[in-house]
Design a protein around this ligand. Structure first.
Ligand SMILES: Cc1cc2nc3c(=O)[nH]c(=O)nc-3n(C[C@H](O)[C@H](O)[C@H](O)COP(=O)(O)OP(=O)(O)OC[C@H]3O[C@@H](n4cnc5c(N)ncnc54)[C@H](O)[C@@H]3O)c2cc1C
Length: 387
């Protein structure tokens, strides 16, 4: 009863993508996934901005995005269950990074890297920005880096798509909290739940997002990831924009996009790591609104309708995912530390981790740059495009 071949901790988009990919790739063993929050009230996935971009600068992040884009484009049909399509509302309205004069030379370098890696990004000059956002205030801009086939999607629906398919293929979801990892010297034995029940498996994958590093640390296997609060604000305006927005990032780091007929916005607040789900209207009024109103005059008159806060599983060393088997614990795999770009990488991460667990090596993409050992080997993944 309490035995499995693979135990996954955390049923957000990462854990559920992994469960799906393992089974879809032909894994015949028993998979048990533990999820402590059956409504996903505090999970990061449903609280994400849903942005999808390929505008990265490291090969590994570009490859993850390219693969994931192909999956998201066909997600509705591929993930159909019992005749019901998995709608994810993927709007390929583009991803636009606005640039001041000083930023342009850096973006030229990024453009070359992206184009060399098969990503069709473009460097737009100042006036060309108006073709995309006619109302944009461009006086203090020189241009922007743009990728037309990116955009945004509904993260909750992506997660539900993976959950439904995983269950259909045979994954067992148990809605209970894992308290600790069970270890026998240098290999995984299983997990102990908060109610004291033990479950055994030779492979345990920690996909617990912003809570993952606590579990790892408790087992004496610390990794440099902390929970970092991020807020999102939903607003409406008096005068709407002529065209749909790409996911647009201002040079200040404030980002905005359409959400249905309205808008959402957020920014990288400087804040202490902690578990905190409070959103503050004052943060929007003081830190975001002036920037929005400056950039698009239509945003001068707006009404905040609601807001929310979620947690980044923030990798303090290089802000990128940590993936793979722990070098000093056989059978202990991790997939966390995504730092704000996990939702978009979930399809590729699930696929590649499934390969690593089933066959011992990556096949589709080489994700070894994201290995745990990079911290001791001083081989950090230096990604310039972190927002
Ligand atoms: C405000 C905000 C905006 C974001 N915007 C974007 C974006 O635009 N694009 C993008 O790609 N990414 C974005 N992200 C990041 C993205 O949401 C995450 O990288 C991604 O959702 C991580 O998925 P996950 O499955 O690892 O984590 P989660 O969705 O948090 O899932 C982890 C699950 O583990 C469960 N869990 C934790 N501990 C235990 C335990 N001990 N026992 C059992 N279950 C446990 C939790 O309940 C949770 O459901 C954003 C994040 C936030 C907060």
């Amino acid at each position: 009863m309490n035995r499995a071949d693979v135990i996954i901790i955390g049923g957000g988009v990462i854990g559920s993508s992994l469960a799906y990919n393992l089974l879809n790739d032909g894994f015949t063993g028993k998979i048990i996934l533990f999820e402590k929050d059956c409504l996903y009230e505090f999970a990061s996935t449903p609280r994400s901005a849903g942005g999808f971009r390929q505008l990265f600068t490291t090969r590994v992040n570009m490859e993850l995005s390219k693969y994931s884009l192909q999956i998201y484009k066909n997600f509705e049909k591929t993930m159909e269950v019992d005749g019901e399509e998995a709608e994810i509302d993927f709007k390929q309205r583009g991803y636009l990074l606005l640039a001041t004069e000083e930023m342009m030379s850096q973006f030229e370098k990024h453009l070359k890297l992206q184009n060399d890696n098969g990503i069709s990004s473009q460097l737009l000059q100042k006036q060309e920005l108006l073709n995309i956002i006619p109302e944009l205030m461009i006086d203090d801009l020189s241009g922007g880096l743009y990728c037309a086939e990116s955009g945004y999607l509904d993260p909750y629906s992506v997660m539900q798509g993976y959950i439904k398919c995983s269950k259909k293929l045979g994954a067992e979801y148990i809605y209970n909290e894992v308290d600790s990892l069970l270890i026998d010297q240098d290999h995984m034995k299983g997990v102990c739940l908060a109610d004291g029940t033990e479950y055994y498996a030779p492979v345990v994958v920690n996909c617990a997002g912003a809570w993952a590093s606590f579990l790892s640390e408790k087992a004496g296997l610390p990794l440099p990831v902390v929970p970092l609060p991020r807020q999102i604000f939903h607003f409406d305006v008096e005068t709407h924009l002529k065209k749909h927005l790409p996911l647009t990032v201002d040079p200040t780091g404030v980002y905005f996009r359409h959400e249905g007929g309205k808008y959402i916005s957020g920014y990288a607040e400087e804040i202490e790591p902690k578990i905190d789900f409070k959103w503050r209207r004052s943060a929007f009024i003081e830190n975001i609104w002036p920037i929005l109103a400056h950039r698009i005059p239509n945003f001068e008159k707006l009404k905040i309708e609601r807001g929310w806060a979620g947690l980044y599983d923030y990798n303090t060393k290089d802000q990128n995912a940590i993936l793979g088997e722990h070098p000093s614990m056989n059978g202990y795999y991790v997939a966390f530390g995504f730092s704000g770009h996990g939702m978009q990488q979930a399809p590729a991460v699930g696929k590649c981790l499934s390969e690593l667990i089933r066959t011992g090596k990556y096949e589709t993409l080489d994700l070894t740059p994201l290995r745990i050992e990079r911290f001791t080997e001083n081989q950090l993944v230096q990604e310039d495009a972190i927002y």
